[in-house]
Design a protein around this ligand. Structure first.
Ligand code: 6PG
Length: 465
């Protein structure tokens, strides 16, 4: 069959997406820079051969597509993407669309969209979540691009997306960088979720003396309740796994140094740029960064000691604390999305974002259905924290979180995310905090002025009289 879309880049994710398309009945043409992955792909794609056109070059791929073309690139969204655009733009015709389906910095996506638009082409920034498994059988996808390119792509994307109660987890977030930005915040939330899980693991393992297998069983139980989520499920599976080289639990065979490709960091940078703050995500990014300081950690441990005390942990209280922390994490995530939406005039729809995160993506969780419902009901001021349906969750969870953080901190355990969650909460619930003093200090040394409680227009302290 004549191909409806081209996929360029047959690495793990590109190959999985192309197979997903072919399996769901979308005829697809594929190509790769080097021949090896193309051959491997053709062998894997055997069952769907009738819907696959394998092309030996980019020019051949373009020639295999009917105009106006849809060309999805799954290559690193950094310099290789710009090099790819240099190469492909002269081969394309007005009205053709290039789709970047990688994890891109949305600022780069905005620049690329402007560049292609100036040449009469369209550029789509498509956030794709769900790892290889998701890409192969149904990812969650966040589309950023023109309404016209959405009309052209929607039938294909809806077919390959993960369904949630029958509805595909894909939608147009807005123009240019909107999809990639929503995906970036998704990953920021993913970082915070993973780190908060890791913090609880640390407390259970070293504070309560539980084995990885016992902790796996606990995460398995939590996965069947209000904390139900993909990340809890995989944590249970991972912690139960034994090392194939005989080192015992596989988690003990792994070097304690976390990798990061940048999306968590971008979320934090953009939050700060927008005058917001993503302290839970920042806690998770910081934990990964500090984990890489192996020599420093060894030296500090040797110099100051590594002791920490035992903990008394109640599993129900932990569950309540985790649920409240998750609500706080999403409250920050959606606050950043709202701020970016205003800054870039994207008109992001919070409820829709929560809805398409309910299946397919890495942060899929039962809680997201409630979050979508809270936004549909109209959360006061658009703030998740004020949504009536989360009042009981916070009323039960915050005291548990407070007791947990207090006990863990006193015993010497770092809680970069759970601790940040509590500080965020305790900051927000005080109408008057520390800022009046900051304003006085600023005025004292820099004559910056301040607003008065009584509304009078005396803007400076007596030190300037
Ligand atoms: C997803 C994942 C995916 C990828 C990230 C991981 O939504 O499917 O987020 O995009 O695994 O790149 O990010 P780090 O390498 O920074 O942890």
């Amino acid at each position: 069959a004549a191909a409806r879309i081209g996929v360029y880049g047959l690495g793990t994710m590109g190959a999985a997406l192309a197979l997903n398309m072919a399996e769901k009945g979308v005829a697809v043409a594929v190509a790769n820079r080097s021949p090896g992955p193309l051959e491997a792909f053709v062998a894997r794609a055997e069952p769907f051969a009738a819907r696959i056109t394998a092309c030996g070059s980019l020019a051949e791929l373009i020639a295999a597509l009917p105009a106006p073309r849809l060309l999805l690139a799954m290559i690193p969204s950094t310099a290789p993407m710009d090099a790819f655009l240099d190469e492909v733009m002269p081969l394309l015709e007005r009205g053709d669309t290039v789709i970047d389906a990688g994890n891109a910095d949305f600022h780069a996506t905005r620049a690329r969209a402007a560049r292609l638009e100036a040449a009469g082409l369209q550029f789509v920034g498509l956030g794709v979540s769900g790892g290889e498994e998701g890409a192969r059988h149904g990812p969650s996808m966040m589309f950023g691009g023109s309404e016209a390119s959405w009309q052209a792509l929607e039938p294909i994307l809806s077919r390959i997306a993960a369904p949630y109660e029958g509805a595909p987890c894909v939608d147009r977030m807005g123009p240019d960088g909107a999809g990639h930005f929503v995906k970036t915040v998704h990953n920021g939330i993913e970082y915070a979720d993973m780190q908060m899980i890791a913090e609880v693991y640390d407390l259970l393992r070293h504070g309560a003396g539980q084995s990885p297998a016992e902790i796996a069983a606990q995460f398995g139980r939590w996965s069947k309740g209000p904390l139900e989520s993909y990340l809890f499920e995989i944590t249970a599976t991972v912690l139960a796994a034994e090392d194939s080289h005989g080192a015992g639990p596989v988690v003990d065979a792994i070097l304690d140094r976390a990798g990061q490709k940048g999306t968590g960091r971008w979320t934090v940078i953009e939050a700060v740029r927008l005058g917001q703050s993503a302290t839970l995500i920042e806690g998770a990014v910081a934990a990964r960064a500090w984990s890489a300081e192996g020599d420093l950690r060894a030296a500090a441990g040797a110099a100051f000691g590594t002791e920490r005390d035992a903990l008394q942990l109640d599993m129900n209280a932990l569950e309540a604390a985790l649920l409240a922390a998750r609500v706080l994490e999403y409250a920050q995530g959606f606050r950043i999305l709202a701020a970016a939406s205003a800054e870039y005039a994207w008109d992001l729809e919070a409820a829709r974002i929560a809805e398409i995160w309910r299946a397919g993506c890495i942060i899929r969780a039962r809680l997201l259905d409630d979050i979508a419902g809270a936004f549909r009901d109209g959360a006061p001021e658009g703030q998740l924290l004020l949504a009536p349906r989360f009042a009981p969750v916070l009323a039960a969870g915050i005291p548990a979180l407070r007791a947990l953080v207090a006990q863990a901190v006193a015993a010497g355990y770092p809680l970069p995310v759970l601790g940040a969650a509590l500080a965020f909460w305790d900051t927000l619930r005080q109408p008057r905090g520390t800022a009046a003093l900051i304003q006085a200090q600023r005025d004292f040394f820099g004559r910056h002025g301040f607003d008065r409680v009584d509304g009078q227009d005396a803007r400076h302290g007596p030190w300037w009289d």
